[in-house]
Design a protein around this ligand. Structure first.
Ligand SMILES: Cc1cc2nc3c(=O)[nH]c(=O)nc-3n(C[C@H](O)[C@H](O)[C@H](O)COP(=O)(O)O)c2cc1C
Length: 191
């Protein structure tokens, strides 16, 4: 598939059907993240692939635990693929995705956040190319900000001083994949 076509067809999926993805596919998506552009060529980000639906569910609930809904007035994300903003009854920030990649960077590195989201973008495009559903999810920092979270990071060997920045959910779409939304006018020019 042509690259621009692939980019247009990628959608953030929040309805996942049962069924784990192959370990090989997960490794390929992680590789795509490792080859993302990165500030200063430092290759500082670290990716932990959770290939375990029960663990993904547990971390997904931690991801929502500190979600502050009080300042969401009027926010709206998607009718076809409702987010936790649209549907307050959703209990996991990972929407039942069977595999999830957590992307970590150094807490004090100036470009830690852009580095992580460059990884995430490479990863969702790779997922699309492999026929997988995906979604980028934020709130990385808060997710592991507890005794339970710190224990998981120790177990996974995440180095001291690193913090999660975002997640890439992976799985298979339950139902239809929504069509692309039209692009807002006036967002580009060539000078
Ligand atoms: C920086 C960033 C943070 C995001 N955080 C979340 C999130 O926490 N939860 C979620 O369901 N979707 C999240 N998304 C996905 C967006 O909601 C989604 O990309 C947007 O609605 C456009 O839809 P599309 O990806 O299908 O084109 C995030 C996307 C980006 C780029």
């Amino acid at each position: 598939m042509e690259l621009l076509e692939l980019m247009k067809r990628r959608r953030s999926i929040r309805k996942y059907r049962d069924g784990q993805i192959d370990r090989e596919a997960l490794e390929t998506v992680i590789q795509a993240g490792l080859y993302a552009p990165n500030a200063g060529g430092g290759q500082r980000s670290m990716i932990v692939g959770i290939h375990d639906a029960a663990l993904a569910e547990r971390v997904g609930r931690m991801n929502l635990a500190r979600f502050d809904r009080s300042r969401l007035l009027g926010s709206y994300v998607s009718k076809e693929q409702p987010s936790v903003i649209d549907d307050p009854t959703i209990k996991s920030g990972f929407y039942g995705a069977p595999s999830v990649c957590a992307i970590f960077t150094q807490r004090d590195f100036l470009y830690g956040i852009p580095d992580a989201f460059c990884c995430a973008e490479n990863m969702v495009l790779m997922a699309q190319a492999l026929g997988l559903a995906s979604c980028i999810v934020a709130r990385g920092e808060e997710t592991f900000d507890s005794e339970e979270g710190a224990a998981l990071l120790r177990e996974w060997g995440v180095p001291e001083g690193y913090t999660a920045r975002c997640f890439v959910l992976l799985g298979y779409t339950d139902g239809e994949t929504p069509m692309e939304k039209p692009r807002r006018a006036g967002r580009w020019k060539i000078v």
